[in-house]
Design a protein around this ligand. Structure first.
Ligand code: HEM
Length: 202
């Protein structure tokens, strides 16, 4: 498959901006419903999870299509996932619980603890995603970036624990995540899912 890289990158960039653009449009037109703060927080959280899952899809897509372009945009999509997660967290503090007594806020409910842990795991991934950091970390970069697997699992726990009644949506997302982790384990070995574990020297 030969798709020119620059237009593809631009397309992926624009697609990643779509959830934010739609949200801003809803804000501008006042169509956020009865609880705008809650809607903004939920929309940003869901977009973060979706982009995290899209990031996990890049390796299988590269294998299935025999095209490395997917891998080349993976970092950008992952950074967008982090960006939405950070906005989600800020919206939560701004619209739902306020910026005071942060420790009490973050340890209040299990779903918030799961979300906070997931966010903490995403920080080193975002911070080491630059080319310079990839070079600097060398062989340690890959094991570190496997933190995305526990992070996505924690996000899913965060998602399901905050569910009020119908959990169909959460179950579907969970199955997609399990599928992505399972094919990774099947292709590259289950050890490839373990973060911070350096590959053995041959
Ligand atoms: C410090 C970290 C976090 C906090 C405090 C937090 C807080 C929240 C809150 C308050 C809600 C809404 C719950 C409700 O409806 O009452 C929520 C939902 C959600 N959050 Fe988070 N979150 C955090 C991290 C994350 C991260 C890192 C992600 C994804 C990468 C994420 C994804 C989601 C999703 C998917 C939902 C459900 C949205 C929906 O119902 O459509 N959260 N979060």
């Amino acid at each position: 498959m030969t798709i020119p890289m620059l237009p593809f990158r631009i397309l992926v960039f624009l697609l990643s901006c779509v959830p934010l653009a739609l949200l801003l449009l809803d804000i501008a037109t006042g169509s956020l419903g009865p609880d705008p703060g809650q809607t903004v927080t939920e929309t940003l959280g869901l977009s973060a999870l979706q982009l995290l899952i899209v990031t996990l899809f890049m390796t299988p897509l590269a294998r299935w299509t025999h095209w490395s372009g997917w891998i080349k945009v993976r970092r950008m999509v992952g950074l967008f996932a982090f960006f939405y997660a950070a906005l989600h967290l800020m919206a939560f503090l701004q619209f739902i619980l306020g910026w005071t007594d942060l420790w009490a806020t973050f340890t209040k409910r299990p779903y918030i603890i799961f979300g906070s842990l997931a966010f903490l795991l995403l920080i080193p991934l975002a911070a080491t995603s630059t080319k310079a950091m990839v070079r600097r970390l060398g062989r340690r970069w890959k094991p570190l970036h496997r933190l995305i697997y526990p992070a996505v699992a924690l996000v899913w726990l965060h998602f399901i624990f905050q569910a009020r009644s119908d959990i169909t949506e959460m179950v579907i997302y969970g199955l997609v995540v399990v599928f992505l982790l399972a094919i990774r384990g099947y292709w590259f070995g289950w050890h490839s899912l373990v973060p911070l574990r350096a590959a053995k020297r041959r």
